[in-house]
Design a protein. Structure first.
Lengths: 285, 163
């Protein structure tokens, strides 16, 4: 029975707690949808390196089941021919669906809250093939789990988070397990702490990192196929009532990647648009 | 039959008009950004009888004005906050109702709804015995209540006979 519950949860959930809506664009964060709130996200996410550029665009959907549980799905499509390491921070060709549970929610004062959110989801191969080294592999679904915790206030935001994705094996091939983490600091200047019917801006400094394990092809570990990278860069989020636009760029701080296998990844960028559809439903008395 | 229905409707309307929330100023904790406030605005506007909603993010104050004759109940305002993941604190209310009970243990009955509050004065020495059994307008504070609950006590600052 426990296995069944875990399986159902994994199918219902999936996904990166990354980005969009109320948070940073690259990093893990804690916000979830309000009860009965729909959120729609679309954007362009790019990675560019010495062996090509990979762009992905996609649509994300979220629905607030309760004030603290959101189910979500993300359906990306990619184009370009970059030969780059696996990444769960940046979207690729995998479709995902899952749920996020804000299990800690401590409201300490006006405009301030401390919270923690866990996500669990299923990642499945999308209809498009990968490019580069990963494009040669038979693909299988994986399970992704993330955890984020932090503080949100009128002036400052701090979140740290991490995630782990493990893929199943398919025809003796296996995509690398991925461990990812992030730390983000956000700030809203005092003159921008204004009314809700005006544009709301805030800036973030986002630090993200990933370690990907070995790629296994035909039952053999591909030499030098692990990677460890650390990225840093700014992002800006602008929201007007229920529409948000966000953009950010990151450059590498640290790279331990075989250039003969993956080349040199030089820059990551993201632009995301969100539409939030809040529910006016209230119970009758 | 139509006359009976009309008479029934009129009677209910009269009751509702005599006992209703006119204004609710609710302090909300946890709203950090414009979408938070917008979500509260949308949720409050979804309550039947709400006329205007103003949200001040820097003070956390949600000011709600209601139309005459509304039948909104306090639980709906609290739920609108809770469903968006925030916490409601004390609420200042201006409400019409029927004063019942005794001078020592008065109650405000919000007829047309199930809202009923034990009244306690903000300052000692207030004599409200002359208003017992009458329709009154009360301004006071509903202390913070737990999730899904409404305080059963209203600390009144002023009470006047309803015109």
């Amino acid at each position: 029975m426990k296995y069944l519950i875990v399986l159902v949860c994994a199918v219902l959930m999936a996904g990166a707690a990354c980005a969009a809506d109320h948070g940073p664009v690259f990093s893990y964060a804690t916000p979830v949808n309000s009860q009965r709130e729909f959120s729609f996200d679309t954007g362009i996410f790019g990675r560019s390196g010495s062996q090509g550029t990979q762009l992905s665009t996609g649509s994300g959907f979220g629905y607030g089941v309760t004030p603290h549980i959101t189910v979500n799905a993300f359906l990306p499509a990619s184009f370009g021919s970059g030969n780059l390491p696996e990444s769960r921070i940046m979207s690729g060709t995998e479709w995902s669906a899952g749920a996020s549970w804000r299990f800690l929610h401590s409201v300490t004062s006006v405009g301030k809250r401390i919270e923690s959110t866990a996500s669990l989801g299923l990642v499945v191969p999308g209809p498009q093939p990968d490019s580069g080294v990963l494009g040669t592999l038979h693909r299988a679904p994986g399970v992704a789990a993330t955890l984020a915790t932090g503080l949100a206030s009128r002036s400052q935001y701090v979140w740290i988070g991490g995630g782990y994705t493990r893929f199943a094996e398919a025809s003796n091939d296996r995509r690398p397990d991925t461990l990812s983490w992030s730390a983000v600091y956000g700030y809203r200047p005092s003159r921008l702490r204004r009314g809700y019917n005006q544009w709301d801006y805030r800036g973030f400094a986002e630090l993200t990192g990933e370690h990907t394990g070995s790629v296994r092809s035909n039952g053999v570990i591909l030499p030098d196929s692990t990677s460890t990278t650390l990225w840093l860069g700014p992002s800006v989020l602008a929201i007007f009532k229920n529409v948000a636009i966000e953009g950010g760029v990151q450059g590498p701080l640290f790279r331990d990647v075989s250039e003969s296998v993956y080349g040199r990844e030089r820059v990551r960028f993201a632009i995301n648009l969100s539409y939030l559809k809040y529910s006016a439903h209230t119970s009758s008395h | 039959m139509k006359k009976i229905l009309a008479a029934g409707f009129l009677a209910l309307s009269t009751l509702a008009a005599r006992a209703e929330y006119e204004q609710v100023n609710l302090t909300v904790f946890g709203m950090d950004c414009a979408p938070c406030a917008h979500a509260i605005h949308v949720s409050m506007k979804g309550i039947q009888g709400v006329n205007t909603v103003d949200v001040d993010l820097n003070t956390g104050l949600v000011s709600i004005k209601l139309t005459p004759g509304n039948s909104a109940v306090m639980r709906q305002f609290n739920e609108a906050v809770e469903k968006n993941g925030f916490t409601h604190k004390d609420a200042n209310v201006l409400v019409r109702g029927q004063l019942s009970g005794s001078a020592e243990a008065p109650f405000l009955e919000v007829t047309g709804t199930k809202d009923r509050y034990a009244l306690t004065p903000f300052s000692a020495g207030t004599n409200i015995s002359a208003l017992l059994g009458k329709a009154v307008v009360v301004e006071g504070v509903l202390p913070q209540s737990g999730k899904g609950k409404v305080s059963d006590t209203l600390r009144y600052k002023s009470m006047t006979e309803a015109k």
